[in-house]
Design a protein around this ligand. Structure first.
Ligand SMILES: [Zn+2]
Ligand SMILES: [Zn+2]
Length: 338
């Protein structure tokens, strides 16, 4: 099978690898398409150390079941499926509370180097990570479930309700996912702050209010008539956390989702005196993922709007390079395998 192999920083090749047979409780999926995530790009450029040489990445995927392990039931060959990349133990206290993203033994497909992931024609995973999809949906939209579930989980973490005024900082794929999740749960008052004209245009096509960060405070005050109840920071830098203080009311919640800067300083009184709550958010639990899979099948216009480009495996190394050099101003590129 064709597989995209990360060879080391800035180097990726298309190789022929043997697909792995499923063990008793595993399923092999023939990949239709896999999305390129910002974390893949950071790993490709060697920024994070979270990707390793000889690794096959890819965690935003959709395909059809190709082969079932001997003890797998309830699934059949040919089923359209996505893969929840969060492989959990099911036994730790966090798994028992449905906080699967906090599993003590969490392994994420496409991140852990020892498991070949979804930038390949076939990927083999535990059957419990298989998410059956509506057979009538546009198959490639299945590759968007993972990032969209990240956005939905962030709103749950912030206890966001429909009557709130929400600011989303950052309009890349994760900020887009947060804005879309706002619409999904009925939040009408949403402002997104984003610098890139291309990303802003995508969000505006979806009907969102998007402003340049320098105009954010003015826009929040004129549109909401007051400051925001909740800010979702999908960038995660010193500048964006400062901006989240500026545009949110006292007593607000700031959901911290971005990973731009590993260390930063914050104005501590903005939390103590102003009684803001800072909440972290990471991945999704199983319910977030499954409910998002159902939701995207019912909202195909969102899926159509989010996919900018579909590439071949052969084109992918060049696209990774262009994305890492920020020469390609797009949001979501999928690599199509069948
Ligand atoms: Zn991702
Ligand atoms: Zn666990």
């Amino acid at each position: 099978m064709k597989a995209l192999v990360f060879q080391g920083p800035w180097e990726m090749t298309v190789e022929d690898r043997a697909p792995r047979d499923p063990s008793d409780h595993e399923v092999r999926v023939a990949v239709i398409a896999t999305g390129i995530c910002g974390s893949d790009i950071h790993g490709f450029a060697g920024h994070t150390g979270r990707r390793h040489p000889n690794q096959v990445m890819g965690h935003e995927t959709v395909g059809r079941i190709d082969l079932l392990g001997s003890k797998v039931s309830g699934l059949k060959v040919g089923d359209l499926v996505s893969i929840n990349p969060a492989m959990t133990c099911g036994e730790c206290s966090n798994c028992k509370k449905n906080d699967h993203e906090l599993c003590d033994r969490l392994r994420v497909l496409g991140v852990v180097p020892e498991i070949d992931a979804a930038f390949a024609e076939f990927v083999t995973v535990p059957s419990e990570n298989i998410i059956p999809l509506d057979p009538n949906m546009n198959p490639v939209h299945g590759a968007l479930i993972e990032p969209l579930a990240v956005g939905y989980h962030a709103l749950r973490r912030g206890h966001v309700s429909a009557d709130q005024n929400v600011v989303v900082i950052g309009g890349g794929p994760i900020g887009q996912a947060v804005a879309i999740a706002c619409r999904r749960i009925g939040v009408n008052n949403v402002i997104v702050s984003e610098i890139s004209p291309t990303r802003s245009a995508l969000l505006m096509r979806l009907g969102f209010t998007v402003v340049h960060p320098k105009d954010l405070l003015t826009e929040v005050e004129s549109t909401f008539g007051r400051k925001a109840d909740t800010v979702i920071d999908a960038v995660g830098s010193e500048a964006t956390i400062a901006s989240s203080h500026e545009v949110s009311k006292r007593g607000s919640t700031i959901v911290f989702l971005g990973m731009a800067e590993p260390v930063m300083s914050i104005k501590s009184y903005e939390f103590s005196v102003a009684e803001r709550t800072l909440v972290g958010s990471f991945c999704y639990n199983k319910d977030d993922f499954s409910s998002t899979a159902k939701w995207i099948a019912e909202n195909p216009e969102i899926g159509d709007a989010l996919i900018d480009q579909i590439s071949t495996p052969e084109e992918a190394p060049r696209i990774f390079t262009a994305l890492a050099r920020q020469e390609l101003d797009v949001s979501k590129v999928l690599v199509r395998f069948s």
